[in-house]
Design a protein around this ligand. Structure first.
Ligand SMILES: Cc1cc2nc3c(=O)[nH]c(=O)nc-3n(C[C@H](O)[C@H](O)[C@H](O)COP(=O)(O)OP(=O)(O)OC[C@H]3O[C@@H](n4cnc5c(N)ncnc54)[C@H](O)[C@@H]3O)c2cc1C
Length: 439
């Protein structure tokens, strides 16, 4: 028997969750249930896996189990960029090996396409807009990244546009940045609204249980999942719970639960919107991965994301929220000095599952146990497509994308503790220090 030694506990202050439509939460599981398929984790990956399993096996019952409320976990608390382009931060031009980048691009596009067609088909209100994204720089290091990335995009044959400092305020209001690279393919969403909508439109042969953290697992001819209120027995288990997959006994010592943090302002007044200027809806990511992500939302708020912390048990800590809201304030004031009285209404954190080699896991973990885990911070599109393709592979389908995912070496092993925490924390501090004004 495997005891699940840590279960999710995200903070209560995610703006996207509170500002999206309240839905009727599905009851938690109680008693004993048998199901052909169980998917653990109702984020982008688990929702996509459960939906596609249901479509591939219309006569079978799929149980989807979520520890928290849908839209409350990391899938509902991210920055909402459904990104199309590959962005290999390990490569000099951020594209790296062309063949790998092309397949990565196809995967991202397919993830984006799945989400777009579901939003259209079911009329999910999640403020999805194909807005593209700005990648902006202020420091010399950041400018060098943009120059390298455009060489990579040339290699990949993808369009982009450079926007110089004097033209940027017409796009994003602020004159803080020296240069930006605009790429047109990113789609922006209100992530929690999207996740809630996906959960409420699952096929009828999926049963979703919320607020049901699995705390024990017994593997064998069938898998028995236990929690405080009962047990679920299944023939086939799919793990879609990102770094918490390690708590189920797999890929131990590989994934890193790294938290990052977001803040949303109150709604800007009309006068403040006029002072800000620029377009009405946009998203910007930093040239330096340790820099600041920004958005202007459909309801005229500004969103700021930066800062990282390594929390091995994957459960949020208030001390980081207290610390990083100050950093968000500084980043905001640097970029929007024309909006001095605009306070944050929400500040929250959420976990990414990172691996040192930037690889995720896709495939069989043990007999009758499968996983799509470790999204490396790109789960909106990548989680969606890997969840969906895992379900296709389990139905016996094969294609170039599935073969590519199956051939991945998966996340590599980390050094043991205490070296791991010391090394990761040092890296995060150094990265944040080097980001300078990009942060
Ligand atoms: C602030 C922030 C900004 C980000 N920005 C972006 C972005 O702009 N674009 C992007 O693509 N990605 C972004 N990310 C990353 C993205 O959120 C993740 O990659 C994505 O959520 C991964 O989806 P997932 O479904 O694989 O995992 P998760 O969203 O982590 O879902 C896993 C689910 O499993 C559940 N679970 C875990 N253990 C158990 C258990 N024992 N029993 C039952 N359920 C369990 C959890 O509660 C959770 O809901 C960001 C993340 C954060 C925090």
């Amino acid at each position: 028997m495997t005891r699940v030694t840590s279960t999710p506990a995200d903070d209560l202050s995610c703006g996207w969750f509170h500002l999206s439509k309240q839905r009727k939460t599905r009851p938690s599981h109680k008693g004993q249930t048998n199901a052909r398929w169980v998917v653990v984790g109702a984020g982008f990956t688990g929702l996509a896996a459960a939906r596609q399993l249901a479509l591939n096996f219309p006569n079978e019952e799929i149980v989807l189990v979520e520890a928290q409320e849908v839209g409350f976990g990391p899938s509902g608390r991210n920055a909402g960029f459904a990104i199309d382009l590959p962005h290999d931060i390990g490569a000099e031009d951020y594209i790296g090996d062309l063949e790998t980048a092309q397949i990565s691009f196809k995967l991202n596009l397919q993830g984006q396409q799945i989400l777009r067609s579901l939003v259209e088909q079911f009329g999910i209100e999640c403020h999805m807009r194909p807005s593209g994204k700005y990648q902006a720089a202020i420091e010399d290091r950041g400018i060098a990244v943009l120059d390298a990335y455009c060489r990579g995009l040339d290699k990949l044959g993808q369009p982009y546009e450079f926007i110089d400092a004097q033209d940027l305020p017409a796009h994003i209001g602020t004159s803080f940045y020296r240069k930006a690279l605009f790429t047109p393919g990113t789609v922006l969403v209100q992530p929690s609204a999207l996740v809630k909508g996906l959960a409420d439109t699952l096929p009828s042969n999926v049963t979703l249980y919320e607020n049901t953290p699995i705390t024990e697992v017994e593997y064998g001819a069938q898998t028995i999942l236990s929690h405080a209120g009962g047990r679920i027995t299944t023939d086939k288990l799919v793990l879609a719970n990102n770094a918490f997959g390690m708590r189920f006994g797999f890929l131990q010592g590989t994934m890193l639960p790294i938290f990052t943090y977001g803040s949303l302002t109150r709604v800007l007044t009309e006068a403040e919107q006029a002072t800000l200027g620029g377009k009405e809806f946009w998203g910007l990511i930093p040239a330096d991965p340790f820099g600041t992500t920004l958005r202007r939302t459909h309801d005229n708020r500004l969103f700021v994301r930066n800062s990282f912390s390594f929390i091995p048990d994957g459960r949020s800590r208030k001390k980081y929220l207290d610390r990083f809201v100050q950093r968000h304030r500084t980043s905001f004031e640097r970029r929007f000095p024309m909006l001095p009285g605009v306070e944050f209404e929400y500040t929250w954190g959420g976990s990414l599952a990172m691996s040192r080699n930037h690889m995720g896991f896709f495939g069989e973990l043990a007999p009758n146990v499968y996983g799509a885990l470790c999204c490396n911070g790109l789960g909106v599109t990548r989680g969606t497509v890997t969840g969906s393709l895992l379900a296709d592979w389990l139905a016996g389908k094969r294609n170039e994308l599935i073969d590519f995912l199956l051939s991945s070496p998966g996340p590599n092993r980390n050094p043991p503790q205490p070296f791991l925490s010391a090394g990761v924390n040092l890296n995060l501090r150094w990265g944040q220090f080097c980001a300078g004004r990009e942060a």
